[in-house]
Design a protein around this ligand. Sequence first.
Ligand code: GLY
Length: 292
Amino acid sequence: MRWAIIVHGGAHTITVDKIEPHKAGCLRAVEAGAALLEKEGSALEAVEAAIRVLEDDPTFNAGFGSMLNSEGEVEMDAAIMEGERLRAGAVASIRGVRHPISVARHVMDTHHVLLSAEGARRFAQERGAELCDPAELVHEEQRREWESSKEVRGSDTVGCVALDRFGNFAAGTSTGGIMHKMPGRIGDSPLIGLGLYADNSAGGVSLTGDGESIMKLALAHRITNSICNGEDADRAAEEAIASMARRVGGEAGCIVLDRQGRVGVAHNAENLAHAYRTSEMRCATASVQKQR
Ligand code: GLY
């Protein structure tokens, strides 16, 4: 059966000097996931592997290199979901872990869906996740940006959606949120049905952009509903972003795979960095898409 994987590295303005690092990072991530899918790995494993690559890369606002809150600290959100049994796990406002997506994956194996802040970090420690000094997640470029302006800004996230050979979907998101956010602020990324969704009867979705806007329209669930109602991945993605812009404003982007493994990408930001590969392709393709 056909497999497919798509990652994004955020919807925002990507300056010329950052285009190649964004493409290269997205390619590395998608190939890490594709390598697992080729060997009959699960969509869930592929999504986690791809997002871990993005979390390690300071080009992206997730894990190492995350944006800083108003107190100059990194607080991260992440979530993962699989479409067969609709199992999901998420962490919000977590500090001092290298890979929030892997902690979210552990949460999925418990009775709970979402753990936050210190409770999430204690849980990460119990599960043997890689802990670090929160200061180690701060990249000097983010520190400089934080110092240059006190404006609350930015909202790019990383994400991945995969379909495996067995017809199972998974979706994931990971983010440092927005620069100068209030401590404790949580965006759309760890919220199931808002920042991501996966359901084998429709497909999978991962969003990036202004969390406060994405949340108000429950965009991820809206997109999977549209696919259930007969839309293809691309049209469902376009309609959701357009309705958000019309109803509440804001900038966002999304990546989608539908049941046929068709790729959908839409955004209303200046750029969206993404890469994808399907089982028919010998290698992945990446682009920093401009607004259509
Ligand atoms: N979409 C990421 C955030 O708003 O935190």
